[in-house]
Design a protein around this ligand. Structure first.
Ligand SMILES: NC(=O)c1ccc[n+]([C@@H]2O[C@H](COP(=O)([O-])OP(=O)(O)OC[C@H]3O[C@@H](n4cnc5c(N)ncnc54)[C@H](OP(=O)(O)O)[C@@H]3O)[C@@H](O)[C@H]2O)c1
Length: 233
């Protein structure tokens, strides 16, 4: 779909990937970008409209959908990390991760589906992770696996109204979320560019880096191929 002239809404837009989603949408000719956040910041660019949106809050999401009634493309980017071990975390801890990464994204999709329909279909982008397919991060991996499934359901459910639903997978990327993790990281600008390219090309899914492509292709192998640590047991 052509991004030029479109109105975009990004959740979690204050930093990390979210900020790149906003900036690159404008670079690609978007007419307007709602930069949403729990505590919206001022932007120097006139085409950016800061807007309050907490994905865990029904009233906040409903208010944003009412205000941003001209949105063509929704980027479900907001997310939280945490709970690397399911046994060490409490169930409440895991529920908190799901509240944002799973039910928050679903809440936004449900609220904006009628808006996208009124605009002729538009697009919904859900930011998953390579950890949707690789369960090495406890509750976070579980949340991204659940979101992946939700995205696949929404793609089918929203097809009749002409909405493109794009699922994005990526590995370690240099944002505040993993500032303390010492690994090789993707440049967030490259990841967001690959995702916008996928939207522009009308693709259902984007594997934004090599690790996502590798893990995706390994899913057809026996489970232990993805978990070498099991070989010792
Ligand atoms: N960085 C990576 O390695 C990586 C890899 C795979 C997938 N991802 C995914 O990429 C997406 C963007 O993350 P990031 O890496 O850019 O991390 P980030 O810089 O921490 O950004 C996450 C954003 O989500 C927002 N957020 C959290 N809870 C929210 C809520 N209840 N309502 C609205 N916004 C909320 C945060 O806003 P506040 O400023 O209000 O906290 C923050 O702006 C996430 O879905 C993440 O899971 C990241």
């Amino acid at each position: 779909m052509d991004i030029s002239g479109k109105t975009v809404l990004v959740t979690g837009a204050n930093g990390g990937l979210g900020r790149h989603f906003v900036e690159q949408a404008l670079d690609r000719g978007a007419a307007r970008a709602y930069a949403t956040a729990r505590r919206p910041q001022a932007w120097a660019e006139a085409r950016v409209v800061p807007l309050a949106l907490d994905v865990t809050d029904d009233a906040s999401v409903a208010a944003a959908a009412s205000t941003a009634s001209d949105v063509d493309i929704v980027i479900n980017n907001a997310g939280v990390g945490g709970t690397s071990s399911l046994l060490d975390a409490t169930v409440d801890d895991v529920e908190r991760v799901f509240a944002t990464n799973v039910f928050g994204a679903l809440r936004v999709a449900k609220a904006f589906a009628p808006v996208l329909s009124s605009r002729g279909g538009g697009a919904l982008v859900d930011v998953h992770s390579v950890l949707s397919w690789l369960a090495i991060a406890g509750g976070y991996s579980a949340s991204k696996a659940a979101l992946w499934s939700i995205t696949n359901s929404l793609r089918v459910e929203l097809a009749p109204q002409g909405t493109l639903v794009v699922g994005a997978h990526l590995g370690y990327t240099d944002t505040p979320m993993i500032a303390d993790v010492e690994v090789e990281k993707n440049d967030p600008a490259d990841i967001v560019s690959a995702i916008w390219d996928a939207v522009a090309a009308g693709e259902d899914e984007v594997l934004a880096d090599q690790v996502s492509r590798d893990v995706r292709s390994a899913l057809s192998a026996p489970v232990r191929a993805l978990y070498p640590q099991l070989a010792a047991h």
